[in-house]
Design a protein around this ligand. Structure first.
Ligand SMILES: Nc1ncnc2c1ncn2[C@@H]1O[C@H](COP(=O)(O)OP(=O)(O)O)[C@@H](O)[C@H]1O
Ligand SMILES: CC(C)(COP(=O)(O)O)[C@@H](O)C(=O)NCCC(=O)O
Ligand SMILES: [K+]
Length: 236
């Protein structure tokens, strides 16, 4: 049984992976006797992770940290300095590339930040953008202006705002939607009118997915990418 861990800047996510199935894991109550290896990725505070890694070590369980590489099979990273790319972005790309082969993808991970990555149908990562996550967009305004306020219950919709919380929340949503629409322009190939699969993950991924017909939301996208990374990488 594999313990998969994804440490973001807001939350640490952990799942137990067994027989191609993921089950939620409580890092404060792990079945160490059944765990054979720990595979992890970290873009956030590693101290959250250190305790789990220490427990793994005391149980003599091998741990692997996922790292970005220039290539992984036919997937090619856009960055020249690959170590600067967030590992969560790379893992989400690995998952998209593996789940949707020979298909252009736009991979959106809506967490603390919202990342948007563009992958062509040959597996070439064309690059992407980093935006403030929806909560960061709204909090940056409420904390840095006198008169913009949130009411904590207004939903994010793509309607025109008719009061301040609407204007604030909907502004964050439509800005993010607009960025994803822009990403599509980097893929439209007039000749083939190729299909573009838009894939969402992250805390706000489901909300954003609902704005895009034909797109999918996969709460386990990064975890699947972690698993694929482990299986595709010569870790020994
Ligand atoms: N159902 C949800 N579960 C978790 N986070 C959510 C949910 N809905 C919205 N969020 C927001 O998503 C962000 C956390 O997403 P997550 O992908 O865990 O972040 P990260 O990977 O950056 O740690 C926070 O801004 C949180 O408020
Ligand atoms: C942009 C991110 C902070 C997103 O992480 P998250 O929102 O999941 O916490 C992460 O991908 C990161 O640290 N990236 C490094 C910079 C880059 O990707 O170019
Ligand atoms: K993330």
């Amino acid at each position: 049984m594999r313990l998969l861990i994804d440490v973001g800047n807001t939350s640490l996510k952990a799942v137990l992976w067994h027989n191609e199935q993921a089950q939620p894991a409580d890092i404060n109550d792990l079945p160490w006797l059944q765990i054979t290896e720990v595979i992890y990725a970290c873009v956030g505070r590693s101290d959250l992770l250190n305790d789990v890694l220490a427990q793994a070590a005391s149980n003599n369980i091998i741990c692997f940290e996922a790292k970005v590489t220039k290539t992984l099979g036919n997937l090619v990273c856009a960055y020249e300095h690959v170590a600067n790319l967030g590992i969560d972005r790379w893992l989400a790309l690995i998952a998209g590339f593996t789940l949707y082969p020979n298909t252009a993808c736009i991979v959106v991970d809506a967490g603390t930040a919202t990342t948007i990555d563009v992958l062509n149908s040959e597996g070439l990562h064309l690059g992407g953008w980093i935006l403030p996550g929806l909560d960061l967009m709204t909090s940056s305004l409420t904390q840095n202006t006198q008169r913009v306020f949130d009411d904590g219950k207004t939903p994010f919709t793509n309607e025109l705002g008719k009061n301040t919380p609407n204007g604030l929340k909907n502004g964050a949503l439509v800005a993010t939607i607009g960025a994803i629409e822009q990403a599509k322009l980097h893929l439209t190939d007039k000749k083939t009118e190729q299909k573009v699969q838009i894939i969402f993950a992250g805390g706000y991924g489901l909300l954003l997915q609902q704005q895009f017909e034909g797109s999918i939301f996969d709460s386990l996208l990064v975890m699947k990418g972690l698993n694929y990374w482990y299986e595709l990488t010569e870790t020994v």
